[in-house]
Design a protein around this ligand. Structure first.
Ligand code: SF4
Length: 125
């Protein structure tokens, strides 16, 4: 896909048991780190600048998720703005952070997924 902005904009946190040490075939634990007693985060998303360790490629040009089939639930639930779930202000925010225009209902569809919360919520940030 061509965007990837949301993979480099927000903290990507998920219930710790989604990781592969608790769920075989889950999120590779080596790409996650503890956030608190209940949550883990994708490495690279609780720091500035934000960039998920699983994101490959150049944002806005060509990117892919290296663990697409094993990505956290929060990534699966995040919708690209104006896909079949309608507007998503977090998508607009992520794209703006990378100098990309907000998606619109008229733009060609690209595949969608992703996540998040703004990184300033990280206690260590
Ligand atoms: S979709 Fe993949 S690259 Fe993007 S934040 Fe989730 S795990 Fe990282």
């Amino acid at each position: 896909m061509a965007c990837g902005a949301c993979c480099a904009a927000f903290r990507v946190s998920f219930y710790w048991r989604e990781a592969s040490d608790a769920t075989p075939g889950g999120v590779p634990v080596e790409l996650a780190e503890d956030f608190n007693q209940r949550l883990r985060v994708m490495k690279g998303t609780c720091q500035n600048p934000v960039r998920c360790a699983a994101l490959q490629g150049e944002i806005g040009v060509a990117v892919q998720c290296a663990i697409y089939d094993k990505r956290p639930s929060v990534c699966r639930e995040f919708s690209m703005a104006w896909d079949d779930r309608g507007a998503n202000p977090l998508c607009d925010t992520a794209r703006a952070m990378h100098g990309l225009p907000a998606m619109s209902p008229d733009m060609p569809k690209i595949n969608s997924d992703d996540h998040g919360r703004p990184n300033p919520l990280c206690p260590a940030a």
